[in-house]
Design a protein around this ligand. Structure first.
Ligand SMILES: [Fe+2]
Length: 233
């Protein structure tokens, strides 16, 4: 077991306790988390689901520099996302306040540093995509955090960080290697707890979210950051 970060769970994945990157005790956390309360529905769901809300933004990052790029569509090859891939999907932008907040900026920079340290990489440029997700469970429709099933995102690294939620059960994340051997099953439970995944080495998926109390509002909020090495210029 590699303990460079103090929290590697298996080759290709790091389980990061709350506080390693962020926690609800961080200054600015409340305002940051509250931005999850203002997200439009994802209208690109090929399964017709209405259980997902989201916002999106893209950045270029190197060292301490984290520069937001012009708003653009999110694209995944169909090989990686057979359900919703293959089309340019336009999502509402992450708010300027949220993206410029010291908490978010530090989260991105610290994750890049963690990746480079753990993968023994020299500092480099990264194309970073940020996704705010809210998955809602309804009486007639469980919320699916990963409707595409077990998958890779088609990037180099993926961070899944739990922001919070209310009244939900389920939401267990499974990580397996490329041959289907399960490496980890874990339910992120504390705000700020996160999984950092080597997207080329492992696949991931999260079980449906359901309401603890039938008929009561229930949702799960996450921040997903993907990191792709920028091509050498
Ligand atoms: Fe994913």
């Amino acid at each position: 077991m590699n303990t460079t970060s103090g929290c590697l769970a298996a080759p290709g994945l790091l389980l990061l306790p709350a506080g390693k990157l962020a926690s609800s005790g961080n200054p600015g956390w409340q305002a940051f988390a509250k931005s999850w309360d203002d997200m439009p529905q994802d209208t690109w769901m090929a399964d017709g689901g209405t259980y997902r809300r989201r916002r999106y933004a893209a950045f270029e990052v190197q060292g301490d520099r984290c520069e937001r790029l012009s708003h653009r569509p999110h694209y995944q090859e169909r090989d990686y996302n057979p359900l919703n891939g293959g089309v340019e999907r336009w999502f509402a932008p992450i708010s300027g306040d949220c993206a410029a907040s010291p908490l978010f900026q530090a989260l991105v920079r610290d994750t890049v540093a963690l990746i480079e340290r753990n993968a023994c990489l020299t500092p480099r440029h990264w194309n970073v995509e940020a996704h705010q997700f809210r998955i809602e469970a309804r009486p007639d429709q469980p919320g699916l955090p990963t409707p595409e099933g077990m998958h890779s995102d088609g990037r180099d690294w993926v961070l899944v960080l739990l922001m919070g939620g209310s009244g939900f059960t389920g939401g267990e994340t499974c990580v397996e290697d490329q041959s289907g051997h399960v490496l980890l099953k874990h339910r992120l439970s504390e705000p700020g707890e996160a999984l950092l995944l080597d997207d080329k080495a492992v696949r991931h998926g999260t079980s449906p979210v359901e309401a603890v109390q039938a008929g009561a509002p229930a949702w799960r909020d996450t921040l997903v950051l993907t990191f792709a090495e920028a091509p050498a210029s």
